[in-house]
Design a protein around this ligand. Structure first.
Ligand SMILES: Cc1ncc(COP(=O)(O)O)c(C=O)c1O
Length: 375
C-alpha cells in the first residue's frame, strides 16, 4: 500500500528531542521553541513568529486579535478547513462563506467584495495548496476598508511569491505543523506577523491572557491577567521535533515539488478528463498538494479504484456551507456556491511525502493513468 502520507525523520529530530528531554524543561517557550521561532522568522522573512499548539490555535488567536464579537461577520471560503469557521463561531461571530475561483481554487476579491457589509470585521482566505493567488487584491482591499486579514496558510510553509517566502504581513499568517504537512512537529503551528503591536498582544494571548512574558523579561514585578487568552503554547518537546524538521524545509520542499510536477506532467489532463490547480506566474508552491479535479460523478469511483490497487488517494475539503452545523445555525448562503461544490466534490489527492521512492512515484502515475483510461 502506498499510503497517502508517511512521516519520516529528515534531520536532527532525534538529537533535538533527546536534548529537550534531558534539559529539565518540557513546557513551552524553552530553548528549542526559541530556536524554532528564530529559524521560522528567518525562513519566512517575518518580524515575529510564535510556535503554538496548532494552526487551529493560530486562527483562534487571529479572531481574538481581530476582536471578533457577537454578530461580527467574517468572510472565508467554504472550500477550507473547519478550524477557521470554529475560530469565528467561538467568538460568537458569523462565518460568511464565499465561493472560489474555478481555476485557482482560492477565493478572491471577486467573490469576497459582494459579501462585505457594515458588520464585516475580518477575512480569512485559504492559500490552497500553498498558492497565494488573489491575496494581493485582498490585502489592498483590507487596507482600504480597515478589515483584518487572517491568512490561513496551514498548508503553505516553504511557498514563495515573487521570489519571496510567504508569511510576512501587517496582520497575521497562520501555518500548520500537523503531521500531514510538509514539515511537522506532530501537532503544532505558527502565527506570524510583522506588526510589533500585534506581536505584543499575541505574547499575552498565548500565555492565557497574562503578561507573563513581560515578567520573564523583568519589565513587570509580577504577572497577572491582562486580556483574553488561552493555553496556546506548545511543549518544547514538540518544538524540538519541529526544529529538526524545519531545518530541512528546503530539502523536503524540493522533493515534494518534484513529485507534484511529475504527476502533472506524466498524468497530464487525459484529454480534458481531469484538470489541475492553476498556479499564476510568480507563485511557487511547496508541493504540498498533488491533487487533480475530475467530474464529481466519477470521484468516488476513482478513489475506490486507487484504494483497490493499493494507492491511498483521498478527498477534501467537504464544503463548509453545506455542513450540518452551518445549516442548523443559518450560515448556509441563500445561493449555492457552484464552484466550491464542483471542486470540493471532484477533487482527488494523490500520495505525496518526502520518503516516497522513485518506484512508488512511478507506480502512482501508472495506476492513475490506467484508472483514468477506464472511467
Ligand atoms: C486550510 C487549513 N486550515 C487549518 C488547518 C488546521 O491545522 P491544524 O491541524 O494545525 O490545526 C488545516 C489542516 O489541515 C487546513 O488544511
Amino acid at each position: 500500500m502506498i499510503e497517502f502520507n508517511r512521516m519520516s525523520v529528515v534531520g536532527n529530530e532525534e538529537k533535538y528531542l533527546l536534548e529537550a528531554l534531558y534539559s529539565g524543561k518540557w513546557c513551552g517557550r524553552g530553548p528549542k521553541t526559541i530556536e524554532l521561532e528564530k529559524l521560522a522568522k528567518q525562513l519566512c522573512q517575518v518580524n515575529h513568529a510564535f510556535f503554538v499548539t496548532s494552526c487551529s490555535s493560530a486562527l483562534e488567536i487571529g479572531t481574538l486579535l481581530a476582536k471578533i464579537g457577537p454578530g461580527d461577520e467574517v468572510i472565508m471560503p467554504s472550500f477550507g478547513f473547519v478550524s477557521a469557521a470554529n475560530a469565528i463561531v467561538t467568538r460568537e461571530g458569523r462565518p460568511v462563506f464565499s465561493d472560489i475561483d474555478a481555476k485557482t481554487w482560492n477565493t478572491s476579491l471577486e467573490f469576497v467584495e459582494p459579501l462585505v457589509t457594515k458588520k464585516t470585521k475580518a477575512i480569512i482566505p485559504v492559500h490552497y495548496g500553498g498558492s497565494t493567488a488573489g491575496i494581493e487584491e485582498l490585502r489592498s482591499f483590507c487596507k482600504e476598508k480597515r478589515i483584518f486579514l487572517i491568512e490561513d496558510a496551514a498548508q503553505s510553509l516553504g511557498c514563495r511569491r515573487d521570489d519571496k517566502p510567504i508569511g510576512s504581513t501587517p496582520w497575521v499568517t497562520c501555518f500548520s505543523l500537523h503531521d500531514t504537512k510538509n514539515v511537522s512537529s506532530g501537532e503544532g503551528g505558527f502565527i506570524m506577523t510583522d506588526s510589533d503591536e500585534l506581536a505584543l498582544q499575541i505574547e499575552i494571548q498565548i500565555e492565557k491572557g497574562t503578561n507573563r512574558q513581560k515578567f520573564f523579561r523583568g519589565h513587570v514585578d509580577k504577572y497577572t491577567w491582562v486580556d483574553r487568552g488561552s493555553s496556546y503554547i506548545a511543549s518544547d518537546l514538540l518544538a524540538a521535533v519541529g526544529l529538526g524538521q524545519l531545518e530541512q524545509l528546503e530539502k523536503v520542499t524540493k522533493k515534494r515539488r518534484l513529485i507534484c510536477a511529475k504527476y502533472r506532467e506524466e498524468i497530464g489532463d487525459f484529454g480534458g478528463k481531469i484538470n489541475w490547480q492553476f498556479i499564476p506566474q510568480g507563485i511557487e508552491t511547496n508541493g504540498h498538494v498533488g491533487a487533480f479535479h475530475v467530474d464529481p460523478k466519477l470521484r468516488t469511483k476513482v478513489i475506490y479504484e486507487f484504494k483497490k490497487v493499493g494507492v491511498g488517494a483521498v478527498f477534501h475539503y467537504v464544503s463548509l456551507h453545506d455542513s450540518p452545523f452551518a445549516k442548523e445555525n443559518g450560515f448556509a448562503p441563500a445561493k449555492d456556491l457552484i464552484q466550491t461544490r464542483n471542486i470540493s466534490e471532484g477533487l482527488v489527492r494523490l500520495p505525496v511525502f518526502f520518503s516516497m521512492t522513485e518506484q512508488e512515484i512511478d507506480e502512482v502515475i501508472s495506476k492513475a493513468r490506467s484508472i483514468l483510461s477506464t472511467i
